[in-house]
Design a protein around this ligand. Structure first.
Ligand SMILES: *Cc1c(COP(=O)(O)O)cnc(C)c1O
Length: 394
């Protein structure tokens, strides 16, 4: 199929990728020891520090797998029996990391919010004080099941104040939402290739601070599984950055080649411009949803992520809206949060698609037309006009 026949992929990952990334990904696989791949790996690691706004002494890791692999890597290096963790829970993926922490033997205190809400930083502060000694604080930057964004800054600063190691799941945020790892003193920011970074699926990505690495080094309990152990990968990451490749386990070479290109595209105008673009796109998509007469799952405007929208169905929850929208050429996603699953749907607007107003316009039109086919009266042209008006505000 030609690109115009293919449905547009506007789910919260995987996402549409740029032509440059597609070319790099589609090239013949290289040896993991070749000069070209080594250069791509080295540039990727350096670019990650820039995209993550991480300090020079922080350590990026690139591993084959997905966001869940990155989560497991972090948990298995930082948690062991007896570790005390506090988790800020905003949805499906917060539950996942809590389960991982418990499997690692950690005691976990959860600070929960109903679907569409996020705990206030003061509530987290009180919970930390009540919990007494806490080793790890974990939070999901953007919860992909609700479209809710937490503000990581006060949480990272609180952790730093208290000598707690902070971990943020940025899988649906990194590259599209503001995150300042060094300035805020965050310890781990983990992500995956196929969301706001705009790459194909297949890589887990994370940057760890010196404090986080020191915590791994001070472990007394059993070592992490070998393929997830920072101690195994640290020499490999350092070797690639020194442009002297070293083997431990074969990296996903096609994806690393694509990663170097994709991060390079993000950094062409700088990460701040990329985040500002997603803010503008987030505002424009929300203006379009309002013009259609739709409401978001995120309970308050400041909680709305800019990388995706989770939207209440304006029709009976029994009615599938995803296929009718798909019939207009745009793939969106159903609900994921177990408490509200049937009542909403999700639209991704991150990565390469955020740079292409035509893709955003097609998406708004398809959502409006699809919902109209489900019996919902709405003004599709007004929604597209609202989108364009917001996008052109610059
Ligand atoms: C998608 C996602 C994950 C899981 O990533 P996979 O690549 O599907 O394993 C974890 N956390 C968040 C916030 C996500 O959006």
């Amino acid at each position: 199929m030609t690109p115009s026949e293919r449905p547009l992929l506007m789910i919260p990952g995987p996402v549409e990728i740029s032509p440059g990334v597609a070319r790099a990904h589609g090239a013949a696989p290289q040896s993991h020891m070749s000069a070209e791949l080594t250069d791509a790996f080295a540039r990727s690691l350096a670019s990650m520090r820039a995209v993550w706004k991480a300090g020079a002494t922080s350590q990026p890791f690139v591993v084959a797998g997905s966001g869940t692999t990155a989560m497991d890597m972090v948990v298995s290096n930082l948690a062991e029996p007896g570790t005390r963790a506090l988790a800020v829970c905003t949805g499906y993926f917060s539950e996942r990391i809590v389960e991982m922490l418990r499997r690692a033997g950690a005691d976990v205190v959860e600070v929960r919010a109903p679907a569409g809400e996020a705990p206030h930083p003061d509530v987290v502060r009180d919970a930390v004080a009540r919990a007494g000694a806490v080793d790890l604080l974990v939070a999901t930057h953007v919860d992909t099941s609700t479209g809710v964004r937490v503000d990581p800054e006060p949480l990272a600063r609180l952790a730093r104040e208290r000598g707690i190691v902070s971990v943020f799941d940025g899988v649906c945020a990194t590259g599209g939402e503001r995150f300042e790892m060094e300035a805020w003193g965050a310890d781990v920011y983990l992500s995956a290739s196929q969301k706001a970074l705009g790459l194909p699926p297949g890589l887990g990505l994370l940057v760890a601070s010196e404090r986080a690495l020191a915590r791994r080094a001070a472990r007394r309990g059993p070592k992490p599984p070998m393929v997830l152990d920072w101690d195994e990968w640290l020499p490999v990451m350092r070797a690639y950055e020194a442009r002297a490749p070293k083997y431990f386990a074969t990296p996903a070479t096609c994806l690393v080649a694509a990663l170097a290109v994709g991060l390079g595209e993000i950094l062409e105008n700088g990460i701040d411009a990329r985040v500002a673009l997603h803010q503008r796109v987030g505002r424009a998509m929300r203006a379009a949803w309002r013009a259609l007469g739709l409401e978001l799952v995120a309970a308050r405007p400041e909680l709305s992520a800019d990388t995706l929208s989770a939207i209440w169905k304006p029709v009976d929850p029994q009615i599938d809206v995803v296929s009718p929208i798909g019939a207009h050429g745009v793939q969106v996603a159903g609900g994921l949060h177990p408490e509200i699953r049937a009542r909403y749907f999700r639209v991704g607007h991150m990565g390469y698609a955020a740079t292409e107003p035509a893709m955003l316009g097609r998406t708004v039109r398809a959502v409006g037309l699809g919902l109209r086919d489900c019996g919902f009266a709405c003004d599709v042209d007004a929604a597209v006009a609202a989108l364009i008006a917001e996008l052109s505000k610059g």
